[in-house]
Write a protein that binds this ligand. Structure first.
Ligand code: IPE
Ligand code: IPE
Ligand code: MG
Length: 299
């Protein structure tokens, strides 16, 4: 039996979904699924039961997202801080995660047919030492190439680099903090905090969050566009400054020969791209090595 694909929306839900879909829709939604233990306490059930219902709610929410045409969902299922909980609770959560996410991964292929991409992020307990070492090497290597170090390079170095930033981030249970989740990636996302406890999350809660995204859509879009424009402008300024310095070294006056300036500018951009690609490939290899070793150790 499929974990997320069963069940359609009711007629009234479908009707409302169609109305919402007439407006701008978030392409990528991130959830901080919070409030499982308070839910368990409220319903006088075991804590593990609250977590289990939380995972089932995720399955149901993914189905709603699928029906709403939201193709990418990122969920916060466990944080580093959560390791500080009792061993019994951590073990219980890990068992649930193993059980539920392996089912989800089994269904990944068929989900792809629906054009759906599901990303489940878990923080690594520690920044792997060899990644730290690689960053140190990169800092040394780029000491002479300050132009390479930019916000867009940082984007490309993150695990989330294959994915667009979330348009909408939802946290349940009334907590109004991000708890270290996607801090960099949500700087221009619509943040919606809802008081409902995660296991009680409903289709209507999701609609409400999307409506809030739609109400703020043009402001969000404007902020994102001007941020991207500013990034481009800053990069261009840095490149121009580099070229001016080069021209001066070649004995040209500060404006130099305009053809030479253009050529240098093109060369500077191409060489930077090449260095960045080399760095990213090395980073990718380091990560692949690290995960391979991790799998060997835990097998
Ligand atoms: C979120 O619910 C699930 C995880 C952190 C794994 P909590 O377990 O934080 O429940 P509350 O917030 O204490 O109610
Ligand atoms: C937040 O966990 C992360 C998840 C919901 C998975 P907590 O509920 O423990 O968050 P804080 O520590 O209270 O912010
Ligand atoms: Mg919590």
């Amino acid at each position: 039996m499929s974990w997320i694909r069963e069940g359609e929306l009711t007629i009234i839900e479908r009707f409302c979904a169609n109305i919402i879909k007439a407006g701008p829709m978030p392409k990528h939604v991130a959830f901080i699924m919070d409030g499982n233990r308070r839910y368990a306490q409220k319903c006088h059930v075991e804590r593990q039961q609250g977590h289990s219902q939380g995972f089932d709610k995720l399955a149901q929410t993914l189905r709603w997202c699928l029906n709403l045409g939201i193709r990418e969902v990122t969920v916060y299922a466990f944080s580093i801080e959560n390791f500080k909980r009792s061993k019994e609770e951590v073990d219980g959560l890990m068992d649930l995660a193993r059980q539920k996410f392996s089912r989800l991964l089994e269904e990944q292929e068929s989900l792809k047919k629906h054009g759906v991409c599901i990303r489940v992020l878990g923080d690594l307990p520690l920044l792997p030492l060899d990644i730290q070492e690689l960053i140190a090497q990169a800092v040394l290597a780029t000491r002479n190439y300050n132009n390479d170090v930019s916000e867009s390079l940082l984007d490309k170095c993150l695990y989330t680099n294959n994915s667009p930033d979330p348009d909408l981030l939802i946290r349940t249970s009334g907590e109004v903090r991000l708890s270290d989740f996607l801090l960099w990636q949500t700087s221009h996302s619509c943040l919606v905090f809802q008081s409902v406890l995660w296991p009680e999350y409903s289709f209507w809660n999701l609609c409400e969050a999307i409506l809030r995204f739609q109400m703020n859509y043009s402001a969000l879009q404007k902020a994102r566009d001007s941020y991207m424009e500013e990034r481009r402008r800053q990069q261009m300024e840095r490149d121009q400054a580099y070229v001016t310095k080069k021209l001066q070294q070649e004995g040209f006056a500060s404006h130099g020969d305009s053809r030479r300036r253009r050529t240098l500018l093109q060369k500077c951009t191409a060489m930077r791209e090449e260095r960045i690609q080399g760095f990213l490939q090395a980073l990718e290899h380091k990560r692949a090595d690290f995960f391979e070793r991790l799998c060997t150790v835990s097998a």
